[in-house]
Design a protein around this ligand. Structure first.
Ligand SMILES: C[S@@+](CC[C@H](N)C(=O)[O-])C[C@H]1O[C@@H](n2cnc3c(N)ncnc32)[C@H](O)[C@@H]1O
Length: 318
C-alpha cells in the first residue's frame, strides 16, 4: 500500500464530508475532514483491506467500542490509544445500517396489491424493513394503520398513492450475506453505532430499538448468503397463494455493476413484483440524473416512481 492508496482514502473521507453535511451530521463532517489530514488515522486504514476502509465502518467501530468522539482531538486520541480494537472491529463488522423508516416508501409501492403478500427482502441486515404491516404511518398527517410502537411520519409531494390500509403480509424472508439478529445485544449495539450523530439521532435510535424489539418477537426467516444465489430458495419459502414481492433498499450499491445486471435479469424473469429503493443509477434502467446523490429513487419493476430521502421521511412522486 503506497501513497496512491493514502491519497485515495483521504479523498474518500473528504467526499464523505459532503454526505455527512447532507445528512445533518456536522460532527461527522469534522471527523471525516480530520481523518483525511491525519497520518495515524490513515495508517490504521491502510492496514485494512480496501473494502474495510469506509468512513462509516471507522466511525461505527469507534462508536461501538465507546461513543462517537466529541471532536477531532478526541478522535485522534481514540485512534492513538485504541487502534487495535478499532481495526479488529472493522475487520469483523460490515456497514449494515438498518432503517425501518424506509418502509413508508415500500408501502406506497405495494399498497395496490390485493390479498396476501409474501415479502422477500434481499440485503435485509437485521430484517427491520420486513415488517411494513406492523408499523403505523402518517403521510402529511394522514394516518395509515393502527398505532404501532414504530410510527413512521412521511412528507409527500406529487400524487403519492398513499394506501388506505396495511397489506396482509403472510410471509417474510430475508437474505443477507451477514444477517444481524435483532434479539442479539451485540448486533443491536452495532446497529445503534451506525446511526449518525446529529439532530435526527435520538428519533432514529428510538425507532431502531422499537423495530428490533418487534422483529425479535416475530422473527422472520433469514437465509445467509448472496442475494443472487439464494433468491430462488427464498421465494420457495413463501406460502402458496400469495403475491410475491422482492424488495431491497440501500443494497445494490454494494454489488459490482455486472452482478446488479445479473440480479435485475433474474428478478425480471421470476414474475414477482420488484420494489427497489436505491441511489439513482444503481438499479439497471433507473437513470443517474433522476436524483441527487444524497437521495434515493423508488422503482417498481425497474420503473422509477419517486425520489425518497435515504433514511425515510420524504417521498416525491415523479
Ligand atoms: C446498508 S444495509 C441495508 C439494510 C436494509 N435493507 C435497510 O435498508 O435498512 C445493506 C445490507 O446488504 C447486505 N448485502 C450487501 N451485499 C449483499 C449480497 N451480495 N448478498 C446479500 N446481502 C448483501 C449487507 O450485508 C447489509 O446487511
Amino acid at each position: 500500500m503506497g501513497d496512491a492508496d493514502r491519497t485515495r482514502i483521504a479523498r474518500e473521507f473528504r467526499s464523505f464530508t459532503e454526505a455527512a453535511a447532507g445528512a445533518g451530521s456536522p460532527l461527522y463532517v469534522e471527523l471525516a475532514a480530520a481523518v483525511a489530514e491525519d497520518d495515524r488515522a490513515l495508517d490504521l486504514l491502510l492496514d485494512l483491506p480496501t473494502d474495510k476502509q469506509q468512513p462509516m465502518l471507522l466511525f461505527g467501530a469507534i462508536a461501538f467500542l465507546g461513543a462517537p468522539p466529541a471532536d477531532a482531538d478526541e478522535l485522534r486520541a481514540v485512534i492513538r490509544d485504541d487502534g487495535d480494537r478499532i481495526r479488529e472491529t472493522m475487520r469483523t463488522r460490515f456497514t449494515q445500517t438498518n432503517e425501518p423508516a424506509r418502509c413508508a416508501a415500500v408501502l406506497t409501492a405495494i399498497g395496490d396489491l390485493r390479498g396476501p403478500v409474501g415479502l422477500v427482502e434481499v440485503g435485509s441486515s437485521a430484517g427491520l424493513c420486513l415488517y411494513p404491516d406492523r408499523y403505523s404511518y402518517e403521510f402529511d398527517g394522514r394516518p395509515v394503520g393502527p398505532r404501532s410502537a414504530v410510527h413512521l411520519t412521511c412528507t409527500t409531494s406529487g400524487p403519492v398513492p398513499v394506501p388506505a390500509g396495511l397489506p396482509e403480509v403472510v410471509g417474510r424472508v430475508g437474505i443477507d450475506q451477514n444477517p444481524l439478529d435483532p434479539s442479539d445485544p451485540d448486533d443491536r449495539a452495532w446497529l445503534r453505532a451506525l446511526v449518525w450523530p446529529g439532530p435526527n439521532a435520538a428519533s432514529r435510535l428510538e425507532r431502531l430499538d422499537a423495530a428490533a424489539a418487534l422483529a425479535a418477537r416475530e422473527p422472520a426467516t433469514v437465509l445467509t448468503g448472496d442475494l443472487v444465489d439464494r433468491l430462488g430458495e427464498a421465494l420457495d419459502l413463501l406460502p402458496a397463494d400469495c403475491t410475491p414481492v422482492v424488495f431491497h433498499t440501500a443494497v445494490l450499491v454494494y454489488l459490482e455493476r455486472d452482478r446488479r445486471e445479473e440480479f435485475a435479469a433474474l428478478v425480471r424473469s421470476l414474475g414477482v413484483r420488484w420494489v427497489a429503493q436505491e441511489a439513482a443509477g444503481i438499479v439497471p434502467g433507473v437513470p443517474r440524473d433522476l436524483a441527487r446523490p444524497d437521495s434515493f429513487v423508488l422503482s417498481v419493476d425497474g420503473r422509477a416512481l419517486a425520489v425518497t430521502a435515504p433514511h425515510g421521511g420524504r417521498i416525491g412522486w415523479l
